[in-house]
Every structure is written in C-alpha cells, then in structure tokens.
Design a protein around this ligand. Structure first.
Ligand code: AMP
Length: 471
C-alpha cells in the first residue's frame, strides 16, 4: 500500500500506427502503477526522433499540445520510479543519443547488476555520462560498438549486461525490443487491428496496456530474445543462449495489476490462489476478512472464499492522495497512513478481524494499520500475509529496502507479530507461493524470500551499499 516504496518502471512500444504517440500515452496511462515519478515518450516520424519527458504522472505531462509535438507512426514510452540512479529529471526516460548508428531512444525496466563496472570501464575509455541511471550505459555500449548495423550493435551490447532488463528501443525507422536471458521482468507482445484490415505491433510491460487500446495479447518476448519491427516486418531472434528462467514472483504477489496476464498467467488467478492457500495454512477463528486496500484485496477474496468467513471492505482507501499535501503544523498521529486509509467502524467494532495484505517489508505501515483497525473497535486482529517473509533485498528491479530495514531479515515471525501488535501473524509458505503461480518448471525468482540470487553478483557488497545510500 505504501507509495514511498513504490518503484519500478513500465515500458511501452508501438510500430506502424498513425497515432503512435497518442496510443503510447494511453499505454503508459494503464501502466502508471509501475512508476509515478517521471514519464516520457519518444516518437519517430521516420527521420527525426522527438522526445518529451518530465517529472510527474502521465496524465499531467502529456497534454494534447505535447502529444501534437510527437509525430510519427512509431513510439516508445516509459513510466518510472527510481531503482538505480537518483530520481529526478536527468534520469527520466526515454534516453536518446545520436551516434554512428543513427539516432536512438531507449526505455528500460529492470536493474542492470553490473552497470557500475561497465560504467567505470566506459568512463576510463572516454565516455561521458549525463545521468546516473544504469540505462545510459546501454546506449554507450551500443554507440561504441564496432558493429555496422543497429541490431548487431545491440546484440553485442546486450551480451555484456547482467541482471534484469526489459528494453524498448526506437530507431529512426524501427522498434527493437529485448528481454534479459532470465526473463526477470515481463514484456508482452500484442497486435492491434486498424482500418482496412491492417494490423500494428505493440509491446508493453503488462497486458492491461493492450486492453485500453483494444490490442490483443499474443505472447511474450522470450527471455534472451530480441524482436525487431521495421519496414520489412517483424523478426524474432534469440540473441543469448538459453538460461534458467527467473521470472519475478513479486509481479504476481504485488506489483502487476490483477487484470494483467504476466508471464503468461492471469495475475488475479495467482492472487486469489495465494489467499486460498493462506487460509489453508493459517486459519483463524474470526468474524470478518478485511483486505489492506488495494494490495491485499485479491488475496483476501481468496482467503474469504476458502475459509467461509465473510469478506468486508473494512478499510477505505483514498485514491486521490497526491505527492503534495499540506501537513498540519500540529502533529497528528499516524498522519501518513490516515491520509490514505480510513477504517469503517461499524464493520470492525467488536469483531475478530483477519487483516490480509500482500507483503510485509519494514513492518511500520502494517503496525499503523493494525493499530487503526484496533482503534476502530476490533476485538482481535489476525494479520495474514500472502507471501513468505521478505528476507533479502532485490537487485533486479523491485525496490526493497536494505537488509537492515527488512524486518524479517532480522526477526522471527513471533517478534514481527509483537512489533506489528497483531494477535496472530501468518505468512504463506514458499511451497504454496510456488503452487499459486503454477511454477511447475522452476521458472520464477524467489530471491527476496530465500536469499538465493539466480545470477552471480560479483559486486554484491557494492550493490548492498548503493542500496543503503538510496534508502
Ligand atoms: P510495511 O508494513 O511498512 O512493511 O509495508 C507493507 C506495505 O508495503 C504492504 O501494503 C505492501 O503492499 C507494500 N509494499 C511492499 N513492497 C512494496 C514495493 N516494492 N513497492 C510498494 N509497496 C510495497
């Protein structure tokens, strides 16, 4: 529920539509939950790449006038919250460069774990960086490549990257997209019908972006695959050898929208299943199941239907909380949480409440919410979390705090229960999480719950400390 932690990015690309930038705008609008700090669109009219990016949300940044200045039949877009690099205008994407392969723009979702080393090498050899995001490294690698064509230069650059990347590139006359060989972050392919029976190609982090523009979801860019759409049509090629897949399970637990299909599986289905399995593993004698909105809603529905205990919206969320608000000069207790959530007293008073949320990270928000529910008269509060304890930071693009701040990294479940002041606390087991996302082939990454990182992190010390600096 906490936007301060809210992170990551959403990417979108479209090729072959006369209203490309308008559709990119709509696509980004549907991906806004993946990042609210900055957004941008780059379009190409076949000769010139036009870019607009800024701090703020999609609907505020892109007025009809701004979109009018983004002509052409192809566009890419990005919405962002910082994971690597500082926040701010300099790091707003898409990034563009002019190089011997022409003009290129790029937008990136994920986190490149060897970006610092690559950057040091590039700087030693004379490259100058404008921003401090890991995405700029990719453009430098492409620009410096001795390969003659853009796809070949891109292939060479991608093979040097480690970690997580779902990338969309815009060149003067084509779109290129690629996904890292482990497939950490999603990247879906869609198709849109146009007048005259023609079709155009679209790409997005999540399929909810396709729904808004009436595109159909076809399949995913495969891990280690590069897809190019240009005047000659669409080509797919594997640029990297097959590696073990490591899809981010947190996309299904929390990050993606429930109406999306992510890694080929409907998110809502996973979430309800998480709740059902949670009810089986951690039943409680109670009167109502109440979700922490919005993140706990689907799991609470699953919990309620499995347990037979009625589901109630006992906490109401204000959806219109912006980044700026006036804080009263007199301190109001738990102001931040109150701004967003308000309990429905008559649903909670005298009740034994099962409070369902998707995850518990630092524990500070959960404690405030438990207090709030109790303050509204609940007799008992049983906290249920639809994933295992978060014990390790993510280096692949989810903004988890440093190890020291992850409550489950340093405390037992009983200690956490006491900290959040709940009468009982139950986390879903890893086995059930696996079952809920139907991971029969070990295709997912569970590093935040296990500490087993699927890639070698040679610079793990550096990664840990850079995270400390950020948080
Ligand atoms: P806390 O009790 O302070 O650990 O906060 C838990 C809340 O943070 C839950 O409602 C989660 O849905 C939410 N949360 C967990 N991870 C993230 C994330 N990466 N971005 C945004 N919110 C998150």
């Amino acid at each position: 529920m906490f936007d301060e932690l809210h992170e990551e990015c959403g990417v979108f690309a479209i090729y072959g539509h006369p209203e490309a930038s308008n559709l990119a705008y709509l696509g980004l609008y549907a991906l806004q939950h993946r990042g609210q700090e900055s957004a941008g669109i780059a379009s190409s009219d076949g000769r010139i790449i036009h870019t607009h990016r800024g701090i703020g949300q999609v609907a505020d940044l892109f007025t009809p006038e701004v979109l009018g200045g983004l002509p052409g039949e192809m566009a890419i877009g990005h919405t962002r919250y910082a994971t690597a690099g500082d926040s701010g205008m300099l790091n707003a994407q898409p990034f563009t460069v002019n190089c011997n392969k022409g003009r290129i723009a790029v937008a990136h979702n994920g986190n490149i774990t060897n970006a610092a080393e690559l950057r040091r090498d590039l700087e030693r050899e004379g490259s100058i960086f404008q921003a401090n995001s890991d995405t700029e490294v990719i453009l430098h690698l492409v620009a410096r490549s001795r390969e003659k064509t853009l796809p070949a230069a891109l292939r060479e650059a991608l093979l040097q990257l480690e970690g997580a990347f779902s990338l969309v590139f815009l060149a003067e006359d084509r779109i290129l997209v690629a996904r890292d060989p482990h497939g950490f972050r999603p990247l879906a392919i869609g198709q849109m019908e146009m007048s005259g029976g023609r079709t155009c190609n679209v790409f997005a982090s999540e399929t909810c972006a396709f729904d808004l523009i009436n595109a159909v979801y076809l399949n995913d860019v495969e891990p280690g695959e590069m897809v190019i759409v240009g005047p000659e049509g669409l080509t797919r090629e594997r640029y990297a050898p097959v590696r073990d897949h490591a899809h981010c399970v947190f996309e299904h637990v929390y990050f993606s929208r429930p109406d999306s299909i992510v890694f080929g599986r409907p998110v809502q289905e996973s979430r309800e299943m998480l709740g059902r399995l949670l009810a089986r593993e951690h039943p409680a004698d109670a009167d109502v199941v109440v979700p922490v909105p919005d993140s706990g809603v689907a799991a609470a529905i699953g919990y309620a239907s499995e347990s037979g205990i009625p589901f109630r919206h006992g906490l109401i969320r204000n959806h219109y909380v912006g980044r700026t608000f006036i804080e009263p000069s007199q301190a109001i207790r738990d102001f931040g949480v109150k701004l967003k959530l308000n309990p429905v007293r008559h649903l909670l008073e005298g009740k034994r409440v099962i409070l369902v949320d998707d995850s518990l990270v630092r524990g500070t928000t959960s404690r405030k919410i438990v207090r709030m529910v109790r303050g509204a008269g609940a007799r008992e509060v049983h906290m249920r979390i639809s994933c295992p304890p978060t014990v390790s930071p993510c280096f692949y693009g989810v903004d988890t705090p440093s190890l020291g701040e992850l409550i489950a990294a340093n405390h037992s479940v009983e200690e956490i229960r006491r900290f959040v002041e709940a009468d009982s606390l139950g986390y879903l087991s890893l086995g059930s999480l696996r079952e809920a996302v139907q991971d029969d082939r070990q295709d997912y990454c569970y590093a935040c719950y296990t500490g087993n990182y699927p890639t070698e992190l040679i610079n793990i010390e550096e990664l840990m400390t850079s995270r400390d600096r950020r948080s």
